[in-house]
Ligand binder design. Structure first.
Ligand SMILES: [Zn+2]
Length: 313
């Protein structure tokens, strides 16, 4: 029995590897590396559709984020900074713990103090991220003053992860908003506190001194209006899924019924709406208590198959 399971799972693994192999082999990383100046002190760097930033001052550099593990872009960035500028990297700021934004950031450990939100450390340590580990953490807000440039690190509560922070250079009107500002939908809502996210998006939309918003994904620079558009999408998705749940509908029914055609200006509706609905359902399942209270046994069945949790009378 054990052998058969092993053989079956090995065969599935091989099939999956064969299916994934050519795609993985075809991906050429780091072909489009770039550095772009966006204000007096702020530069945007990246490759493969993903971007970090750095802030150049007369006394040193603040680097924001790592990059995809296989891209090789962090080693490239380190050599570019040494070539272009004659000041060291003094601070490395990690926007949040997700591997694609911290990987290989330890290349700056030789000169930089690493800074992040206080919740970031347990995630980096637990998941054994390939990352620098913050030396200094903070709770709500912290200012760095370097070479006459003020950099404000801002936590607006749990949102996309419980440790995501924004990097604001108020005197230059630049806000670096990794994985919150975006051109289109999130792939799904895992690791998101949806209610915290909605509050955070409202806060960010009202923040003073923001002319340019730098997202972590996609080449386009964004404006502050991006925050309320994403807010309105998430609020509408939240309300539509919740209404169906209160009416006692099951997850398969809700996946068929919820459309978001009024948000087609946001990219990714066709590719990502379904996982957005499913993970919103998951969030709201844990948020609400139906009138027909589920027993513990029913709750387990309901998580496994939502047809077991029709709750409307
Ligand atoms: Zn992320």
């Amino acid at each position: 029995m054990v052998t058969r399971v092993f053989v079956a799972s090995t065969a599935m693994f091989l099939l999956a590897a064969l299916a994934a192999g050519p795609t993985a082999a075809q991906r050429q990383w780091g072909q489009d590396r770039s550095i772009e100046q966006v204000s007096d002190s702020v530069y945007r760097w990246g490759s493969d559709g993903q971007y970090g930033a750095y802030i150049l001052t007369s006394e040193g550099i603040v680097v924001i984020d790592g990059h995809y593990c296989p891209s090789g872009t962090m080693d490239w960035l380190k050599s570019q900074l040494a070539e272009r500028h004659d000041v060291p990297v003094k601070f490395l700021v990690l926007s949040h713990d997700h591997q694609d934004h911290v990987c290989n950031s330890q290349v700056f450990d030789d000169t930089a103090v690493t800074v992040g939100h206080r919740n970031i450390r347990p995630h980096i340590v637990r998941e054994q991220r390939n990352s620098s580990v913050p030396d200094v953490t903070f709770e709500n807000e912290m200012d760095l003053h370097l070479g006459g440039v003020k950099v404000t690190l801002l936590y607006v509560g749990p949102s996309h992860s419980d440790n995501l922070i924004h990097v604001h250079v108020p005197d230059e009107g630049v806000l670096i908003s990794i994985d919150i500002a975006r051109d289109g939908l999130f792939p799904d809502l895992r690791d998101m506190d949806v209610h915290g996210m909605l509050r955070g998006l409202r806060t960010l939309s009202r923040l003073d001194n923001v002319d340019i918003v730098l997202p972590g994904h996609g080449p386009r620079l964004l404006g502050q209006d991006n925050f309320m558009r994403m807010h309105d999408f998430l609020q509408a998705l939240h309300d539509r899924v919740l209404d169906h749940m209160i009416a006692g509908r099951t997850l398969p029914e809700i996946r068929d019924l919820v459309t978001m055609d009024d948000f087609r200006d946001l990219g990714g509706i066709d590719a990502s709406l379904d996982p957005n609905i499913v993970t919103m359902y998951d969030f709201l399942y844990r948020y609400r208590e139906p009138n027909n209270r589920l027993t513990e046994f029913e709750a387990v069945s309901c998580i496994e198959d939502s047809s077991a949790c029709r709750t409307a009378d």
